[in-house]
Design a protein around this ligand. Structure first.
Ligand SMILES: Cc1cc2nc3c(=O)[nH]c(=O)nc-3n(C[C@H](O)[C@H](O)[C@H](O)COP(=O)(O)OP(=O)(O)OC[C@H]3O[C@@H](n4cnc5c(N)ncnc54)[C@H](O)[C@@H]3O)c2cc1C
Length: 261
C-alpha cells in the first residue's frame, strides 16, 4: 500500500507567542510535527504494517527547518521523506495545496500513485484546516475529515469521525484522503535505533521547478493584513462576606457592570 502523509512543522503548543514587526517571532522557538500530523504518521505506519507491503512517504512544503519534522517522522518508522522548500511558495492554503497536488500527480504519472493520503485535521498554529481538504479537491479524491478510527479492506476504507458528539461511519473507495483527529491512535516516540535508521532513509528536497509549476500557477488567494494578540484579560474580582452578601454583590455586578442581567 502506497501511503503519503502530509506533515506540517508547527510551533510547540507550549511556546509563548511573541509578535515582532507584525509577524510571529521565531527566535528561540521550539518546532514540532503538527500534533494532528503525528496521528497521521502513526496511522500510515500501522496501515503499512497491517498490509505487510508498501511504503509511507512523509511530505512537507516548508522552510529548511521543516526537515527536522520529516526526520522525526522517519525515525518513527516512515520510509521516505520529501521536502518542498522554495521561498517562492506563498504561505497560503491554496498555494500550498496546489504544490502538494503537483507532487502527488507526479507520483501517479510515475505509476506510484498514493492509495491513501493522510493529513492532520488542522494545524495548531495557523489552524486553517484547509490544506488537506483542498488537496483532495484538487486531486479529485474522496475524503473524510477528522477521523478517529480507520480500517482498510479490499480497496475500501471505513472511517469513523466525530460528528458533534456522535460517531459518523463513512465508507469510501480508495484512493482517498483522510485527516486525523485526536484519539485515532497513540503516536509512538522515535526509538534510538529508529533515529539512527532515519539518517539513511531517502530524503529528497525539491522546488517549484522540479514540480513543473510556475509562480503564477500558485499565486496566493489570501493576504494577511495584520496579526495581533488577543486583548489582555482583566483581573478577576474576589467577593467578600457571607454567601448571601456575595450573591447580592454578584447580582449587582452582573446588572450594573457586566450589564448581562
Ligand atoms: C518556503 C515555505 C516557508 C513556509 N514558512 C512557514 C512559516 O514560517 N510558518 C508557517 O506557519 N507556515 C509556513 N509554511 C507553510 C505554509 O504557510 C502552510 O502550509 C499554510 O499556511 C497552511 O497552513 P495551515 O496552518 O492553514 O494548515 P491547515 O490547513 O490547518 O492544515 C491541515 C493539514 O494539512 C496539512 N498541511 C498543511 N500545511 C502543510 C504543509 N506546508 N506541508 C504539508 N502538509 C501540510 C497537514 O496535514 C495539516 O495538519 C511555509 C511553506 C513554505 C513552502
Amino acid at each position: 500500500m502506497n501511503i503519503v502523509v502530509l506533515v506540517k512543522q508547527t510551533f510547540d503548543t507550549e511556546e509563548k507567542i511573541v509578535l515582532e514587526g507584525g509577524a510571529v517571532s521565531e527566535d528561540g522557538v521550539k518546532f514540532v510535527i503538527n500534533p494532528y500530523d503525528e496521528y497521521a504518521v502513526e496511522q500510515g505506519i500501522l496501515m503499512r504494517d497491517a498490509a505487510g507491503a508498501g511504503k509511507v512517504t512523509v511530505l512537507s512544503a516548508g522552510p529548511a527547518r521543516a526537515a527536522e519534522a520529516l526526520r522525526t517522522a522517519l525515525a518513527m518508522g516512515a520510509d521516505e521523506a520529501v521536502l518542498i522548500d522554495d521561498s517562492r511558495i506563498p504561505a497560503d492554503e491554496y498555494s500550498v495545496s496546489r504544490v502538494l497536488a503537483a507532487y502527488l500527480t507526479g507520483l501517479a504519472e510515475r505509476g506510484e500513485a498514493a492509495d491513501v493520503v493522510l493529513g492532520g485535521n488542522f494545524s495548531v498554529d495557523n489552524g486553517a484546516g484547509q490544506v488537506a481538504v483542498r488537496l483532495a479537491g484538487l486531486l479529485g479524491l474522496p475524503h473524510v475529515a477528522s477521523v478517529t478510527k480507520l480500517e482498510v479492506s479490499g480497496g475500501v476504507a471505513t472511517a469513523h469521525r466525530d460528528a458533534e458528539g456522535d460517531t459518523e461511519i463513512v465508507e469510501v473507495s480508495l484512493p482517498a484522503l483522510f485527516t486525523a483527529q485526536q484519539g485515532l491512535n497513540e503516536p509512538r516516540y522515535p526509538s534510538l535505533p529508529g533515529i539512527m535508521k532515519a539518517k539513511k532513509k531517502p530524503f529528497a528536497t525539491i522546488g517549484l521547478d522540479d514540480l513543473g509549476l510556475t509562480v503564477e500557477q500558485i499565486a496566493a488567494k489570501t493576504e494577511r493584513i495584520s496579526v495581533s494578540l488577543p486583548p489582555a484579560r482583566a483581573a478577576g474580582k474576589k467577593l467578600a462576606g457571607d454567601a448571601a452578601a456575595q450573591a447580592a454583590e454578584l447580582a449587582r455586578l452582573l446588572r450594573e457592570e457586566a450589564k448581562v442581567l
